[in-house]
Ligand binder design. Structure first.
Ligand SMILES: *Cc1c(COP(=O)(O)O)cnc(C)c1O
Length: 367
């Protein structure tokens, strides 16, 4: 006898659309039978893995029959020192998405509302809907988060607010003055998650240093990742910083080995690879200038970005353009699922990768 398994799933899960990742290079290679593919679709670090992180993982291989340190002591100790917090304020995750999901699961029940911006990172609606809670989307302002409107949307059912700073896929950011004014308006029983996946890339003095604010705002949780500037996207390593009480709660339902031994070793090692991080930032800066230069030259309208990607308005449905680029061996990211059907998000690559993208773009614009 068959069974309607969909009816067995949670109400939120029934309506959930799974996360759409950037197309893997290997998949396009298979489809097209070509090899020199450029992937600028998942905001990965184009310079490859840090040699220190790689060496640390290679050293760890011999120990792989053992479980990881469930507490991630050495990595947490190093992060605590860097962040100027106590070790009991750090939660490790299998990527920061893991931590974002854990945080939502700990605090949000189906009767609650979760607020985030239009065009905000898609994981926020996914984790909200998986719980069956109500997602409240605030219209974006100049593609970025409208913090005033966000504060006004808070009501007695509001349990959590996600702020991506900077945001993906728009590359926009909120400054310290505005974010602090916002925090002042949020009641302490509403958890504010500030997702700083692109923290390392932002050079503006007005960009908020939020971790010291946790003392003043006990409802503030800051998440960061090793997937972007630290070049460990495939390893899966991220973390949250919050006050001790919140951290204790997040760690209750956490799977004890949610960060594996290789990830622990790699993350700890890359934190000491200052030369790697600097090179990653330099390459990103040069690549951003290269792409912006081309967009300006050819009259493309882009959203100014402080991250390792830039989102450009194609002034027409970008879906067919995305497909045409795939045929020419360049993978970028369509963002129609972010209510941005005319935009394409382009991750900053190495100079020759950016050049290939620019070449394909200009070829296409000539028809
Ligand atoms: C990439 C990204 C993350 C990080 O994801 P990981 O799970 O750490 O790889 C988190 N938030 C935003 C906004 C991102 O773009």
């Amino acid at each position: 006898m068959s069974c309607d398994f969909i009816a067995l799933a949670g109400a939120g899960v029934q309506k959930l659309h799974p996360y759409q990742p950037g197309k893997p290079i290997s998949e396009l290679e298979r489809e097209l039978g070509i090899t020199n593919i450029v992937k600028l679709a998942s905001n990965e670090n184009p310079i490859g893995i840090s040699s220190k992180a790689q060496a640390a993982m290679e050293k760890e291989f011999a120990e792989m029959a053992r479980y990881p340190d469930a507490n991630g002591y050495y990595l947490k100790a190093k992060l605590a020192e860097r962040c100027g917090v106590d070790i009991n304020q750090i939660t490790l995750g299998n990527g920061s998405n893991d931590v974002l999901e854990l945080i939502a699961r700990v605090f949000v029940q189906p009767e609650h509302e979760v607020i985030f911006s239009q065009h905000a990172f898609v994981v926020y609606p996914i984790v909200t809907q998986a719980i069956g809670a109500k997602a409240v989307q605030i219209p974006a302002k100049d593609w970025g988060h409208d913090l005033e409107a966000t504060a006004e949307a808070i009501n007695t059912n509001t349990r959590m607010i996600f702020i991506a700073n900077p945001n993906n896929p728009t590359g926009t950011w909120n400054n310290a003055t505005d974010l602090k004014a916002f925090m002042d308006k949020v009641p302490n029983d509403v958890i504010v998650v500030v997702d700083e996946a692109y923290y390392e890339y932002v050079e503006f003095a007005e960009y908020p240093q939020t971790i010291p604010w946790i003392k003043e705002y006990p409802n503030l949780i800051v998440t960061r990742t090793f997937s972007k500037a630290y070049g460990l996207a495939g390893v899966r390593a991220g973390y949250a910083v919050a006050n001790e009480e919140i951290t204790g709660l997040i760690n209750r339902p956490r799977q004890p080995f949610n960060m594996n031994s290789l990830a622990l070793a790699a993350a700890e090692a890359v934190l000491d690879d200052h030369e790697y991080l600097q090179r990653a930032l330099d390459v990103n800066k040069a690549g951003m200038e290269q792409l912006i230069g081309a967009f300006n030259e050819f009259g493309y309208d882009y959203i100014p970005s402080v991250t390792n990607f830039i989102t450009v308005n194609m002034k027409q449905n970008a879906g067919p353009l995305y497909n045409e680029m795939l045929q020419k061996g360049v993978i970028v990211r369509p963002v129609a699922n972010y209510e941005m059907p005319n935009h394409l998000r382009v991750s900053i690559g190495l100079e020759e990768e950016n050049a290939k993208f620019i070449r394909v773009l200009t070829e296409m614009s000539k028809g």
